[in-house]
Design a protein around this ligand. Sequence first.
Ligand code: ARG
Ligand code: ASP
Length: 720
Amino acid sequence: MKKTLFAIITILFLGTIARADEGMWIPALLQRNEAEMQAMGMKITADDIYSINHSSMKDAVVLFGGGCTGEIVSEQGLLLTNHHCGYGWIQRHSTMEHDYLTDGFWAMTPEEELACPGLTVTMLKNMVDVTDKILTNVTPETTDEERAEIVSKNIKRLVEEMQKRSEYEVSVESFYQGNQYFLMYNEVFRDIRMVGAPPSNIGKFGGDTDNWVWPRHTGDFSIFRIYVGPDGKPAEYSKDNKTYKPDYHFTISLKGVEEGDFTFVFGYPARTNEYLPAVAVNQEANVIYPVVVDLRTKILDIYNKYQEKDAKVRIQYANKHAGLGNGWKKWMGVIEGIRNFKGIEKKQAFEEAYLDWCMKTRSRIPYMHALKDFTPVYEEYEKYRMATTYFTEAGLSIELIEFAANFAQITEVTKDTPQEEIDELVNALKSAAAVFYKDYYQPIDEEVAIAMLKAYREAQPEDFRPEILNEIDRKFKGNVQSYVDYLFGKTIFTSEEKVNKFLDEFNPSKVKKLEKDPAIVAANSMMDFYVENVMAKSRECNTKINNLRRVYMEGQMKMIPEVYPERNLYPDANFTLRVTYGKVGGFKPKDAVTYRHYTTLDGIMQKENPNIYDYVVTDRLRELYEAKDYGRYADKDGSMHVAFIAGNHTTGGNSGSPILNANGELLGLNFDRTWEGTMSDLIYDPSICKNISVDIRYVLFLIDKYAGCQRLIDEMTIAE
Ligand code: ARG
Ligand code: ASP
């Protein structure tokens, strides 16, 4: 009796753990989640969220550019996304006279909205399951190679056929590691204009220091608008274009959130790997990430040292720092999360249950093999993964070498190359040089070179190093410093003038000299080694791994519903539109620490430090704070809420996604995750995996009270 009761309790307990919060759901199949969502508090239907028969929320959620999400909030195509998603565009429009990154940008009239040529916004119109069509002619006897060929042929044929009949962009996307396929119809808008952005000390408040961390106080939003041709269809930029009238736009809620409230996030998560075997997670988190973190720590320390000394260098390296720092910090969180929450052990326990299930009938033998065969492949793969990691993270982090690698093509010029082609190459390299040297600081690069070459040389076995590393032993007695002195002393690539002079005088007879340039020698040595000794082997391993993952996934798709009927399966993120849901709430990240679910403007004032770039507060914001001039955007407790956390399963690409309440009204913009839970791309644990959103009331307060851009508030639909 006691035993059964215990079993039931265990099942119930496991059930809630496995279910609540985890999962990124395909909107077209959301009916399956509707009951659970409603039980958690949702007051609308799956059909309100996604429908192809009438307007629904999906008509207001877009892929912003290539890597973020945005949502439409007015009948005039007004679009919200994160500041860090609009960052590149804000920067591109900035000049010395108009520094929108520093000062913010607000189009006070429609005429002031700025065109962003090259920026697109993509909207899903329909998605259809075409698994049967794609897997036609695939049988249990089909080999992996044959299968790959059949699938790619079927995809090509179907896309060609459907594209002829559709005004939208058609593609086929693979789900569940090639076990399910959907045909996607997308509308792509090409005239997108920049409408507003707060200054960086609001939009990026806390900078890289606070990145991935809760409590957070970042006003991470920017505003754009979709324009269309006179016929209402997507068009290239033209001043005659008009604003887009969407089928749906979000209503904004001013009610804020409370602990336990139901929320959902609708957006474009990029990549997750939730169904990997333990060996793979172990390699990723315990072998590769520590190396990357270690290399990046060395580089970032050098950046910091020089950035602190010199304001110009700080700006030059701001973007590089943010890029390296984002992954660096996240992966430290992943390593720690997996250790503290016993990620590998949990995977191993699951695998035991899986193997038990496989042993039950003969037809499951292939599923058993799929899991067991991972081990030798990953063993083989490790050496090549490591070599790739050192090549990209150490070798190519030496900016001089990375830039010199661009000159590979020009070293192939011969006296038979048409002059036109040469001119084109020379011009392209000159423009690349202008971009590169604007943000190049040689003392940083020299120090990085010393640190990276040392690490590269020490870590890789002699027979597995690019020639140039062994040459340091032969010609420089193993003294990296002497080699780096020689490299930077002899190359033309330390100076834009020298590079331009070389390009101006370039003719085929100069190739020989260029080939002897030490930066070119180093670049070639690293690239040749990679191409000849690593790339093909790496690909081979990857193909094997992908095939095993497909079969292992298929096995899990059969096993999980039988063994863990309470657990819903969802496909890994693949840059397609998904819905995820969870409740608002704080959590306990570690012993003795508890996090509340929201932050306020008080926290910004506590963090304020005029001497630290990331924590500067503008006078205007301080005045509004001191006057408590929050208008209708104040919380009912009288304070200004800035950000909040909830248990939505999000990942990269979800930035800018709308976070919505039980009625489907906009509560805020998703922009990050908490550091303790960054392992959620590999293993999700609802007790620590939380998404961070900026409160929409803070966004409106900034547009209205801070920027005085009332016209934007007027066009939104706001529920008091
Ligand atoms: N962690 C956020 C996401 O992965 C990026 C936030 C950008 N902000 C920054 N300070 N780097 O993309
Ligand atoms: N900050 C990420 C993004 O830019 C979101 C995340 O990884 O949680 O998409």
